[in-house]
Design a protein around this ligand. Sequence first.
Ligand SMILES: Cc1ncc(COP(=O)(O)O)c(C=O)c1O
Length: 399
Amino acid sequence: MKQQIPFSKDIELAFKNDPPGQWLSVLPKGCIRLSSGYPEPALVPSKELKESVANLLDAEGDLPLQYIGSPKIPELKKIIQERLAARGVMVSDEELLVTSGACQAIDLIARVLLDDEALVALESPTYMEALEVFRNYTERFMDVPVDEDGLQTEIFAEMLKDRKRQGLPLPRILYTIPTSQNPTGTTMSQERREHVLALAEEYGFLILEDDAYGELGFKENPRLIKELDRHNSVLHIGSFSKVVAPGMRIGWVAGAEELITTLNWFKKDLHHPFAQSTMATFLETIDFDERLKHLAASYQSKCETMLQALQEFLPPSVSWYVPEGGYFIWAKVPGIDTVELLPKALAAGMSFVPGKYFFLNPEEGTEFLRLSFSYASEEEIVQGIRLLGEVVQKALAPK
Ligand SMILES: Cc1ncc(COP(=O)(O)O)c(C=O)c1O
């Protein structure tokens, strides 16, 4: 296996005195955090989770703390099945694996399905952690551009046709975040969802549908690709990170029984009984649909605040997609290298993620940056975008 060089090296240089690996999780004091895809602190149900832990341990004693776990663990699986069923995806026990977050699901899938001969199709840009995971297993990629309607399936279809005509290998998997994509915030249209599924069937690859933000739509989202799937061409990946708490590390993957069984063999972390039983206890005490409505309304309001601030403080040459959900706004700042801009933004008191980390070919991301409206307060968002506007104006000013 290849040794990975941390992708964040040059950003770490901006934090010369910080330990390596901290990257943008440690910011200068008082810096407004528009870089991180974290839930808003007030929307993390700390108090309710504390009560859930107390109730769980009162009721079950040491059980959730043992390897053997608690009766709540199968209940959590049932809750996930019910939630998927409400979205048109029926999965049996054997077709669903609860994982330590969506990231573990992606890693297990890569471990089982990929080797260094495997070709992986990806959205361009895409979620940087997924890119890192896949790079641990293969160096062979095809990247497909994203526009405001998500993955450009017409272009993908041409690329596939070309490869087939030339006798080149076809992708084994396509990794897509069809709803409120990270980093672009775009949502794949219904038509393209149907098209991409047809391509998977025609060319024989599996679709990894990463639905981390799928329940945080500001309006009704298109149907899940998994809902349309009739031939087990889709592995559906979900997570509680963005709708409950990322530190709980609970996600899942749903797909063909044979594949899920294999993923389970390779899942050697002995599961996480305490986190899973706490999550089940918490979910039993709340109206999850109400919670989702509240989260979506809160994030929509913050998103609108950020959009307004961008309009007010950024020069007219800067453009962005208007998200329909999720956590992120993706902006293009023509004429500026966003890696060079970052230390200036940090010194001014705000953070963003430079676009290059989301691309296979980093150069494609030079003029882009990702902003997150999820974590900071509305006042901080306005202030952070005002500071961004100032550093962008300065960078664009004639020298
Ligand atoms: C698209 C996407 N998938 C997965 C994750 C991580 O999910 P988890 O915390 O469940 O591993 C993130 C987090 O940023 C994400 O943006």
